[in-house]
Design a protein around this ligand. Structure first.
Ligand SMILES: *Cc1c(COP(=O)(O)O)cnc(C)c1O
Length: 390
């Protein structure tokens, strides 16, 4: 358990009593600029000789407190907050890669991240090979002379396929490549990729760390030298900073992250087992089930199995739609990691932008439903799905 974040980290890391007032909750610093006492102080600040604050796009105390908290949750050296999860992903990639470079990434991954790699980055001269992430040999085989980065998402959205973290991090190290893991789905409660040797982790803070469905944000965590580069290149220059108001909301949510993750992960396991026994369900995807093809890997690299369960119905799109519409407690909405349990139909939403062929190759069938377990009572979540399945 010691290799997992604790509730004590969640509550205290990065936070301190406000020195000016003694307020136990630090004020939200909305200032865009910070005044200097004299010209010597401003000259020193610009020269990096003192750490007086200068401008909100460069550093903001409310945002910095959240960065320290999330760095502690992932046991990373440093962290850099961004405007969204996608801003974190694009910031990390454009910092690590330049024109002519090549990326190896999983075939099954978050839809917009796949689109960034497939459609946007080739315009900047960065190309990607997508591999079957369940096969460590496929990662190795995809490496080219110009490969710069291996990009991992495990469990992958929405198929819950796993990547062997230690194997891929080891491969990257051996071949002199950067390694980056999107840990949004698993969260540091279930696994900490940096401990397996990854250089950087990215998060959508919008999801389980923020956890309340009220703020969008992202984070890059890991090696201090690389995080510093991300701040310089992608945040200062490209400008995708997190607002202090969102940082405060996410930090407030993060204080209960471990408590919420315990409940949502427990519900997901109970729900996955119940779905597996239901006659309307053809297949359940959850790394915590013995029937998951990579269950042994899950046990090896995960301390819990996450809050997300996916399942396939007997029948097609219509069958999926009917179940969606009969849910009463579960909210039909995209996103995940909310206090509310959410249900989505990836083929018509999150993965709609993927070409149909790529979608199928990524394992997203038309009858696939995805549940993000919230923190309601486990029996209420299970009962709602059981009545929806009929
Ligand atoms: C939501 C999500 C993202 C993108 O995060 P935003 O905050 O919406 O930009 C990236 N990766 C995964 C796995 C996600 O679930």
């Amino acid at each position: 358990m010691s290799d997992r974040p604790t509730s004590t980290d969640c509550v205290h890391a990065g936070d301190r009593t406000d020195p000016a007032t003694g307020a136990v909750e630090a004020p939200i610093h909305l200032a865009s600029a910070f005044a200097f006492d004299d010209a010597a102080q401003s000259a020193g600040a610009f020269a990096g000789e003192n750490d007086h604050l200068i401008y909100g796009r460069w550093k903001n105390p409310t945002v910095a407190a959240l960065e320290a908290k999330v760095a502690a949750l992932e046991a990373g050296e440093d962290a850099c907050a961004t405007a969204s999860g996608m801003a974190a992903i694009s910031a990390a990639i454009v910092t690590l890669c330049e024109a002519g470079d090549h990326v190896v990434a999983p075939r099954s991954m978050y839809g917009e991240a796949a689109r960034l790699l497939r459609e946007r980055l080739p315009r900047l001269g960065i190309t990607t090979t997508f591999v079957d992430q369940t096969d460590p040999a496929a990662w190795q085989a995809a490496i080219q002379t110009n490969t710069r980065l291996v990009y991992v998402e495990t469990p992958a959205n929405p198929t819950l396929q796993l990547t062997d973290l230690a194997a891929v991090a080891g491969l990257a190290r051996e071949r002199g490549l950067y390694s980056l893991c999107d840990n949004t789905f698993a969260t540091p409660f279930a696994q900490r990729p940096l401990a397996h040797g990854f250089d950087l982790v990215v998060h959508s803070m919008t999801k389980q760390i923020g956890g309340h469905g009220d703020a969008i944000g992202g984070m890059v965590v890991g090696r201090a030298d690389l995080v510093r580069e991300v701040k310089e290149v992608a945040v200062k220059s490209f400008g995708g900073i997190l607002s202090p108001l969102s940082a405060m909301l996410i930090a407030r949510g993060a204080r209960t992250f471990v408590l919420r993750a315990r409940q949502s992960n427990a519900t997901a396991l109970t729900l996955a087992r119940a779905l597996e026994r239901h006659p309307a369900v053809a297949r359940v995807h959850y790394p915590g089930l013995a029937s998951h093809p990579q269950h042994a890997l899950a046990v090896r690299q995960m301390g819990a199995f996450g809050a997300i369960v996916a399942f396939e119905l007997h029948g097609d799109l219509e069958a999926g739609r009917a179940v969606l519409e009969r849910c009463r407690l579960l909210t039909h909405a995209v996103s995940l990691g909310d206090v509310r349990s959410l249900v989505t139909h990836p083929a018509s939403t999150t993965h709609f932008s993927m070409p149909a062929e790529a979608r199928r190759a990524a394992g997203v069938s038309d009858g696939l439903l995805r549940i993000s377990c919230g923190i309601e009572e486990t029996e209420d979540v299970v009962a709602d799905l059981m009545q929806a399945l009929g």
